[in-house]
Design a protein around this ligand. Structure first.
Ligand code: NI
Ligand code: MN
Length: 226
């Protein structure tokens, strides 16, 4: 049994057995966060790219909990330089963590923390955990190679729909057609004014145009992956 929780914006956890994986744990300064970074106790942290709304509280959480961090090699070097354990790998590669694995896949976006350090390219992540396969697209536009990611037999695709910084709802529906997941969960919308979107309309379009079910989670809400 694997449970996914939406923490607001692009932050999620996956829970199975006694393990908890945090993805892009942006809580401090996240207007949609429903919990404090101090209350999140992951056993692994996955970071898709170097923007502040994705690195978020990674360093403070990793320092407090000792949770290992995983991300692309330059980003891992940057985070590891702040006194935490970080494993760096690269696109196409898979790294194992306690209870599962994460494969880095392409994303089209940019990636730079606030201090301007070079932290490599942005990535998406295919996470295998608790018997489920979950694709976190990170921040990206639509791209045709999502068809290849779809060959990973995804239970869930977590896709940005906010537009402006990433693909918007119409392109995200096209992404669902490429990815062919059982379920899609929208994220990266309604956090800030430029990315306001109607998730109910996205769900309607997904379910009219594809056989994928759309699960819209409110910040703080959990869903047991069926
Ligand atoms: Ni970004
Ligand atoms: Mn972002």
């Amino acid at each position: 049994m694997t449970t996914i929780q939406f923490l607001g914006h692009s932050a999620f956890t996956l829970a199975a057995d006694d393990k908890l994986v945090a993805v892009d744990p942006f809580l401090s300064g996240n207007p949609k966060a429903t919990m404090s970074a101090d209350d999140l106790n992951p056993t692994a942290i996955l970071v898709t790219h170097g923007h502040a709304d994705h690195i978020g509280d990674t360093v403070s959480i990793a320092r407090r909990t000792g949770a290992p961090v995983f991300g692309i090699v330059e980003l891992a070097g940057y985070l590891g330089g702040q006194g935490i354990e970080a494993t760096g790998f690269n696109l196409g590669g898979t790294a194992s963590f306690d209870g599962g694995s994460v494969k880095l896949v392409p994303a089209w976006h940019s990636s730079c923390p606030g201090d301007g350090q070079y932290v490599g390219t942005q990535a998406g992540m295919v996470v295998r955990f608790g018997g489920k396969t979950v694709y976190f697209a990170g921040d990206t536009c639509l791209f045709l190679d999502m068809q290849l990611i779809g060959d990973e037999e995804l239970d869930i695709a977590v896709l940005p729909i906010g537009d402006f910084y990433t693909m918007g709802p119409k392109d995200a529906v096209r992404a669902v057609k490429f990815l062919r997941p059982k379920f899609v969960i929208p994220c990266h919308y309604n956090t800030f004014p430029p990315i306001e979107q109607d998730a109910a309309e996205f769900k309607k379009q997904v379910e009219e145009q594809t056989s994928t079910k759309c699960v819209v989670l409110q910040p703080g809400e959990s869903w047991e992956i069926s």
